[in-house]
Every structure is written in structure tokens, then in C-alpha cells.
Design a protein around this ligand. Structure first.
Ligand SMILES: NC(=O)c1ccc[n+]([C@@H]2O[C@H](COP(=O)([O-])OP(=O)(O)OC[C@H]3O[C@@H](n4cnc5c(N)ncnc54)[C@H](OP(=O)(O)O)[C@@H]3O)[C@@H](O)[C@H]2O)c1
Length: 256
């Protein structure tokens, strides 16, 4: 795609996208590649799917490598990021996208279900950001984009763990934006609404139909629509945008 039709260029930048093997993360990786970045594709369990993303990025003429780590494991993240960052010599763009949900009403929710969501969604963002930030500080430029969710703002029945984790990412991002503005590193949050990926594939048809009624566009988002928002926030066109929270929900009218 020409630079005219895709104006949010990130040519020459190196981007690490966590959870890029599937769903929204793979679309973010492809959008950033389309915009000119080389991509580090993180995955946890879906190696074959990560390989497909790597192949697709390379078909676009960009460099891509896959890297396996569990974002919730600090030591694993630190050693993988040190290794891959040294190989590329920089990491300019970080997208903290990896996330899980373990839905259950609070009364029935186990401590394990709470902890698992918090450790992937919140500790994960801490672990990866902590390891990547030195590369951005030494380059004097960076983009950190955290993938939260509209339910971090609206709440969601049966998702106290997930909604809390996504709200935490908003506070984390706003505070970090304050600390890093002087270093020309922006930190922003993207809050997708319901998006067609494995994460919501098992929702019963009736629940989906009810949700459509609350969405002005009467449909769920395509993952590439989130990818395009991230590519914009990663590009120099968003130099003056930091600490922002960007909803991409098709006009979801969620209520608590
Ligand atoms: N789908 C939605 O409606 C929606 C709405 C709002 C926000 N979001 C958020 O968008 C992000 C992506 O969601 P999605 O719908 O694309 O989910 P998905 O289809 O379930 O994919 C989840 C991705 O996260 C990775 N992942 C999970 N646990 C991981 C871990 N411990 N370490 C590293 N990677 C891990 C998975 O990698 P492996 O398969 O390799 O394990 C996979 O690539 C999440 O943060 C989610 O909360 C989704």
C-alpha cells in the first residue's frame, strides 16, 4: 500500500506487539507493518499462528521475527526482550495487547481466576514495559500503546476481574505518560468495544444480538479497525497525543 493511501507512516521503526499470534494483536502487527515498521511478534502458546503473522509481514516487505514469552513471567520477559532488543538494536514502539478473560460473577469467581487475569493483563503490561523502556530512553523517542477495553470504563456483568484489569491499564498509562513526556515517549490507551476474535467467539447468539442493539453501528469491530487506530497513535502524526484514552466501539452505549 502506498504512503499516500496509508498516511500514518512508521517507516524504519521497530515494533513489539504482545499477543500478536491471533485476534487484535495480529491485526495490529499487520497494520504497523503496512505502515512501514518491522515487527517483533510475541506469542505464548500459538506458535503456528505466530509463524503465519511473521510470513504475512515478510510478504509486505518488512522484517519480522517471532518471540515466545509469557507476559506474566517477569524473568522470561526480561531475558527475551534483552535478547531481541539487542538483535534489532532498538525497540521504538510497544503495544501491550496480550490479554485474557476468565468471566464469572463475583460470587462464584475463584482467587485463581482473579489472579490469572490480573497477572496477564496488568503485571504483563508492567513486565514488558519495564524491559522495553530502556531502549526507548536511549533512543530519545518511543510509543507505548496499551490495549484496554471499553469495559474498563463501563464495567461489565460477570467481568469484575477483567474490568478491573482494564481500568488499571488506564491509570497506569496516564501516570506513565506524565513521567515520560520529557523523553519524547508517548503513552496512550486504546479501548476497543466488542471485536470479532476468539475472545468473544463463544458468546451465545442471543447475547450477541442484545449487544448489537447497544452499538450504534449494529455490529462488532473488525480487528483491523483497532489496528488502524494503533498505527495512527504509533506514527509521528500523533506526536502531541499522550495520556489519551481512545474508544473504538462503534458507539457502544454500555451501561453499568
Ligand atoms: N475481542 C474483544 O472484544 C476485545 C474488546 C476489548 C479489548 N480487547 C483486548 O484486546 C486484546 C486482544 O484480545 P483478542 O480479542 O485479540 O484476544 P484473543 O483472540 O483471545 O487473543 C489473545 C492474544 O493474547 C495472547 N496471550 C494471552 N495470554 C498471554 C500471555 N500470558 N503471554 C503472552 N501472550 C498471551 C495470545 O497468545 P497465544 O495464543 O500465543 O497464547 C493471543 O495472541 C486483549 O488485551 C483484550 O483484552 C478485546
Amino acid at each position: 500500500m502506498s504512503s499516500f493511501s496509508f498516511p500514518d507512516r512508521v517507516d524504519g521503526k521497530i515494533a513489539l506487539v504482545t499477543g500478536a499470534s491471533r485476534g487484535i494483536g495480529s491485526s495490529i502487527a499487520l497494520a504497523l507493518a503496512e505502515a512501514g515498521a518491522d515487527i517483533i511478534v510475541n506469542y505464548s502458546k500459538s506458535e503456528a499462528k505466530a509463524d503465519l503473522v511473521v510470513e504475512e509481514v515478510r510478504r509486505m516487505g518488512r522484517k519480522a521475527v517471532k518471540v515466545n514469552f509469557d507476559v506474566s513471567n517477569f524473568d522470561e520477559v526480561e531475558s527475551a526482550v534483552k535478547h531481541i532488543g539487542a538483535a534489532f538494536s532498538r525497540i521504538d514502539i510497544l503495544v501491550n495487547n496480550a490479554g485474557v478473560n476468565r468471566d464469572r460473577t463475583f460470587v462464584k469467581m475463584s482467587k485463581e481466576e482473579w489472579d490469572e487475569v490480573m497477572s496477564v493483563n496488568v503485571d504483563g503490561a508492567f513486565n514488558v514495559t519495564k524491559s522495553v523502556l530502556p531502549f526507548m530512553l536511549s533512543a530519545g523517542w518511543g510509543r507505548i500503546i496499551n490495549i484496554s477495553s471499553i469495559v474498563g470504563i463501563s464495567g461489565s456483568f460477570g467481568q469484575t476481574n477483567y474490568a478491573a484489569s482494564k481500568a488499571a491499564l488506564i491509570g497506569f498509562s496516564k501516570a506513565l505518560a506524565m513521567e515520560l513526556a520529557k523523553d519524547k515517549i508517548t503513552v496512550n490507551v486504546v479501548c476497543p468495544g466488542f471485536t470479532t476474535t476468539d475472545m468473544i467467539a463463544s458468546l451465545p447468539v442471543q447475547v450477541k444480538d442484545n449487544l448489537y442493539q447497544k452499538i450504534l453501528m449494529k455490529r462488532f469491530a473488525q480487528p483491523c479497525e483497532v489496528g488502524r487506530m494503533v498505527a495512527f497513535l504509533a506514527s509521528p502524526r500523533s506526536d502531541y497525543i499522550t495520556g489519551g484514552v481512545f474508544e473504538i466501539t462503534g458507539g457502544y452505549q454500555g451501561t453499568v
